[in-house]
Design a protein around this ligand. Structure first.
Ligand code: 5GP
Ligand code: MG
Length: 478
């Protein structure tokens, strides 16, 4: 299951968590539109409401009213390429001898099948083929023998891959970030409680304060009475593997991730894009919404260099069309782009235009937009992209496309330029990404742009020394 999702967990002093969880999921809606769910605990039992659909459609007043308890977790799930499947919607919740568990997972395990096979042999029955259920069963098993902190540590020692988790064990809410910190997870403080969330924008929505990022390999345990939290650094590794694509595309611009405000990062990437591959045209135009911050940085850098360039929002977006990726066939995807974006002809006619977007995945958007610009009378159309070519798939939770679908997996930049019919095309360098995010290359996950991954993935190359846990022996020791 390759999912990019949003997770949240909340513990409050004297107030039900359902409503703040609901608002948080609204703030994280961009991270997943297929399904949404909340699981709360009232001190005696769990309450759960999980359904396919957008947050606003999944919950009504009555649903929120029955989600009793001051502690809870929530989840929004991204559409995967497969059919809608409610058994994979989250939070995943289950009751064991060791208590009740709820789990919300953002990321993707690389060795889920190995852990699942072993647990199945030990008698665990699985209801979905998702990796989140694997984590739940492993944790439940460990909880029979260990206290909470040790049980989480043991599970972390067995699973390999990317995970930001919010977990509820009875009425205790926990947050866990994988040892490489691949997906974001932050802690926030409210007047009357604490929040764990994928992005700080969720904390802002609740009028809270961002405390800090959860550290890679850290477990954060919120006090069920909402008065504080405890931190345990359970696993330490030499390098991290923060996903750069969170900053480029996925996260909200108003979120702060691993010390960087996403909006600032995108603007700086745009500035660097001009420095590396700037071309002077009459108009610089963002592809809304994802290209906006890049284009404003790009145009600003051009203006700083004394170029008289016109920054124009010349593409109008129809807000009511879902993300193009939801469309299953190529034909429908193409129609969706046309539905979604319409040029303001006056800003384009007779002009040399530079279109700025954050990324090219299949090439659908750029191909359509270049054609649209020409139809609207543009004299030249240049395309500048605020990320390097995406040459390989993501196994870490961003389900962008298979290798065959990725236009850059087997085409040079010049071949792509020809395919999308642009007068020129340039991408940003990998080094510009690392410098802008103030990270060493080795502390980022760059798998989709280098083809070398920071995890041990079957059939793929790795860019560092990584090993999967050996599953069969791990039950015996520690
Ligand atoms: P393409 O049309 O080349 O397949 O996709 C590029 C466009 O999709 C860009 O405008 C970019 O903002 C957006 N995009 C990039 N990655 C993703 C993704 O993982 N999901 C969705 N929905 N859009 C993406
Ligand atoms: Mg876009």
């Amino acid at each position: 299951m390759h999912e990019k999702c949003g997770v949240v967990g909340i513990s409050l002093q004297d107030r039900d968590a359902a409503r703040p969880l609901y608002y948080s999921l609204y703030a994280l809606q961009h991270r997943g539109q297929e399904a949404a769910g909340i699981v709360t605990h009232d001190g005696f039992q769990q309450h759960s409401h999980v359904e396919t659909g957008l947050v606003g459609d999944v919950f009504d007043e009555g649903d929120l009213g029955q989600l009793n308890g001051e502690n809870g977790i929530g989840h929004v799930r991204y559409p995967t390429s497969g059919a809608l499947d409610k058994s994979c919607a989250q939070p995943f919740s289950v009751s064991f001898k060791s208590g009740s568990l709820g789990l919300s997972h953002n990321g993707n395990l690389v060795n889920a099948d190995e852990v699942r096979d072993e647990l199945a042999e030990l008698g665990h029955a699985f209801t979905s083929d998702g990796d989140t259920e694997v984590i739940a069963h492993d944790l439940a098993r460990n909880l029979l023998e260990e206290d909470l902190v040790r049980a989480v540590k043991r599970t972390m020692g067995r699973i390999h891959g990317s995970y930001s988790l919010t977990i509820m064990h009875d009425d205790t809410v926990l947050g866990v970030r994988d040892p490489k910190g691949n997906r974001p997870l932050v802690i926030g403080e409210l007047e009357d409680g604490y929040v764990l969330a994928s992005e700080s924008a969720a904390i802002d929505t609740l009028d809270g304060e961002l405390v800090r990022d959860v550290e890679p390999g850290e477990l954060v345990v919120l006090h069920p009475d909402g008065t504080g939290y405890d931190s345990y650094q359970l696993i330490e590794e030499d390098s991290t593997a923060h996903c750069f694509f969170e900053h480029v595309y996925f996260a909200r611009p108003d979120s702060n991730i691993d010390g960087t405000l996403v909006y600032d990062a995108r603007r700086e990437l745009g500035r660097r894009l001009y420095a590396e591959a700037g071309i002077d045209t009459d108009v610089v135009m963002p592809v809304p919404d994802s290209g906006r911050a890049f284009a404003s940085g790009y145009a600003e850098a051009a203006q700083d260099a004394g170029v008289d360039v016109n920054f124009a929002e010349g593409l109008m977006k129809n807000r009511y069309v879902g993300r193009t990726f939801i469309m299953p066939t190529q034909d429908e995807r193409e129609r969706a782009v046309r539905l979604k974006l319409n040029p303001i002809k006056n800003t384009v006619k007779g002009k040399r235009v530079t279109l700025i977007d954050d990324s090219i995945v299949r090439g659908t958007t750029s191909t359509q937009l270049v054609e649209l610009m020409r139809d609207a009378g543009a004299e030249e159309v240049h395309v500048r992209i605020g990320a390097p070519p995406i040459v390989a798939p993501c196994y870490m939770g961003i389900d962008m496309a298979t290798r065959e679908e990725l236009i850059a997996s087997d085409m040079s930049v010049e071949e792509i330029r020809e395919t999308i019919h642009a007068d020129s095309l340039a991408y940003l360098s990998v080094d510009a990404i690392a410098e802008t995010l103030d990270q060493q290359r080795d502390d980022l996950c760059l798998g989709c742009v280098t083809g070398e991954y920071p995890y041990d993935i079957d059939g793929e190359a790795t860019d560092r020394e990584v090993e999967r846990p050996v599953i069969q022996s791990s039950l015996a020791d520690d």
